[in-house]
Write a protein that binds this ligand. Structure first.
Ligand code: PLP
Length: 385
C-alpha cells in the first residue's frame, strides 16, 4: 500500500517528512536506548527540547510532563493511568501500591463517539471497557455538553479532539468549565485533531483546550514523522511519574535531565524524539501551522469539488476529514471499490450515523492541490461508471 504517496487518503495516516526519515535512519544507526538520561543524555535532551517545542506549538501548559510512546493508543493509556492515580490519590487510595480491588469506585465518562483505543485503554487499566457513562453526541459526533451529569467523587472524563469520521472536536473548554472545582480529571484524545491548535484559523475549535488535565496525540499522523510515534501530555507531572516510574539499584535515575523512562510504560525504547525534534526544528511554528492549514484547505477543496459534481458531503468539513456519499450504501461501496482498484488514489469506507460513506482524510505533507484535483477526477470517473 502506497501510504507514503501524496494521494493516500485512507484512515488518518500522514506521510514522513524527508528530514524525519533521515533523522530516523540516523537515530537507528546511533542505536541509543532512550530509557535513561544518565546513560544516553544526548537523546534524552533532544526529547526534553522536543517536548518543550510541542507544548508551545500545541498551546498546552508549559508545565506539562510528556511521554514519547508508540502511538495515540499508548498515549491514551499513559494519560489515563495518570488520571487513575490522581483521582484515587485524592481519596487516599494508592492504586499503584494496592491495585483496584477494594478501591473507591471511579466514574468514567466518555462520549458516544469515543475512539476504540480509549475503550481499550480503560480495559487495560481495570476501569472497564463498558463500565462507563456514555454521553450522547450531536450530528457531527461532538459530545453534547448539556447532557453531562453532575459529577462528584473520583471521576475521569474522556473527551475527543478530532472525530475519525468527521474531524469534529468536543467542546473541551465548555466541559472543563462545567466540571471546574469538582476534582474530575479531563482527558482529551487528540490523536490528530489536537494539531488544530497549531493553526491560527482553527483556533475557535480548540478554545479552552488548555484547561484539560491530559492529552494524547500522534506525531506519526499529522506531524508526518515515521512510525511509530505518539505523545502523552499530563499537566500534573507527579501523577504521570507516579503511574510510570520504575526503580532498581542498577538503573541510575538521578539526573538533571528529564529521565524518559519515568514517564513511559516502556523501559528500553528507541529514541523516537529525534524525529519529532527534526520535524519541529525544520518546520518551525510557522511551518507546522502552514502544514495543518494546507491540509484543511485541501479537504475543503475536495468537499467543494465533489459537492459541485453532485455528490453528497455528510460532514461539516472543519478539519482534514471529508465524508462523501454517492447514493445508497451499495452504490457508495461500488464507487469506493472501483476507486481502490483504479489506483489514482486510495480512500476507505465508513458508516457515519447510518450512512455509508467514502472517508477522505488529508494528512500528508506531500499532498498538493493538483493531487486533490486528479483524485476528484478519478472519483468522478468511478462514480459515472
Ligand atoms: C488514530 C487514532 C487513535 C489511535 O492512534 P494510534 O497511533 O493508531 O495508536 C486514537 N484516537 C484517535 C481519535 C485516532 O484518530
Amino acid at each position: 500500500m502506497a501510504m507514503a504517496g501524496s494521494r493516500f487518503f485512507g484512515f488518518v495516516i500522514g506521510g514522513s517528512l524527508p528530514v524525519t526519515l533521515g533523522a530516523n535512519w540516523l537515530a537507528g544507526a546511533w542505536d541509543q536506548n532512550a530509557a535513561i538520561a544518565r546513560a544516553t543524555p544526548g537523546v534524552a535532551i533532544v526529547e526534553q527540547v522536543a517536548l518543550r517545542w510541542l507544548l508551545d506549538v500545541l498551546r498546552l501548559p508549559p508545565v506539562c510532563a510528556g511521554a514519547f510512546v508508540t502511538g495515540a493508543t499508548v498515549a491514551n493509556l499513559c494519560a489515563l493511568a495518570a488520571a487513575r492515580h490522581a483521582v484515587l490519590e485524592r481519596v487516599g487510595w494508592s492504586v499503584e501500591a494496592d491495585g483496584l480491588f477494594g478501591a473507591p469506585p471511579v466514574t468514567v465518562i466518555v462520549g458516544a463517539e469515543a475512539h476504540p483505543s480509549v475503550t481499550k485503554s480503560l480495559g487495560l487499566l481495570g476501569l472497564g471497557r463498558t463500565r462507563v457513562v456514555k454521553i450522547p453526541v450531536d450530528g457531527q459526533g461532538r459530545m453534547i455538553a448539556g447532557q453531562l451529569p453532575a459529577v462528584s467523587g473520583p471521576t475521569i472524563i474522556c473527551l475527543q479532539a478530532g472525530n475519525v469520521n468527521t474531524g469534529a472536536l468536543d467542546p473541551v473548554g465548555e466541559i472543563c468549565g462545567r466540571v471546574r472545582g469538582t476534582g474530575a480529571w479531563v482527558h482529551v484524545d487528540g490523536a490528530f485533531g489536537l494539531w488544530a491548535a497549531a493553526a491560527p484559523s482553527r483556533a475557535t475549535l480548540v478554545a479552552g483546550m488548555d484547561l484539560a488535565d491530559s492529552w494524547a496525540t500522534d506525531a506519526h499522523k499529522w506531524l508526518n514523522v515515521p512510525y511509530d510515534c505518539g505523545l502523552a501530555f499530563v499537566r500534573d507531572s507527579h501523577a504521570l511519574q507516579a503511574a510510570m516510574a520504575i526503580t532498581a539499584e542498577y538503573l541510575p535515575t538521578q539526573s538533571d535531565v528529564r529521565n524518559p523512562c519515568d514517564f513511559t510504560p516502556e523501559l528500553s525504547r528507541r529514541a523516537r524524539g529525534v524525529e519529532v525534534w527534526a520535524a519541529l526544528r525544520t518546520l518551525g511554528r510557522a511551518g507546522v501551522a502552514e502544514l495543518i492549514e494546507r491540509n484543511c484547505a485541501q479537504a475543503r477543496r475536495f468537499a467543494g469539488k465533489l459537492s459541485a459534481a453532485g455528490f453528497e458531503i455528510l460532514n461539516d468539513v472543519v478539519l482534514n476529514q471529508v465524508l462523501v456519499a454517492f447514493g445508497d450504501a451499495e452504490k457508495t461501496k461500488r464507487v469506493i471499490q472501483a476507486l481502490q482498484a483504479e489506483g489514482t488514489c486510495w480512500a476507505g469506507v465508513t458508516v457515519w450515523q447510518g450512512r455509508t460513506a467514502m472517508r477522505i482524510s488529508v494528512s500528508s505533507w506531500a499532498t498538493t492541490e493538483a493531487d486533490v484535483d486528479r483524485s476528484v477526477e478519478a472519483i468522478r470517473r468511478c462514480a459515472q461508471r
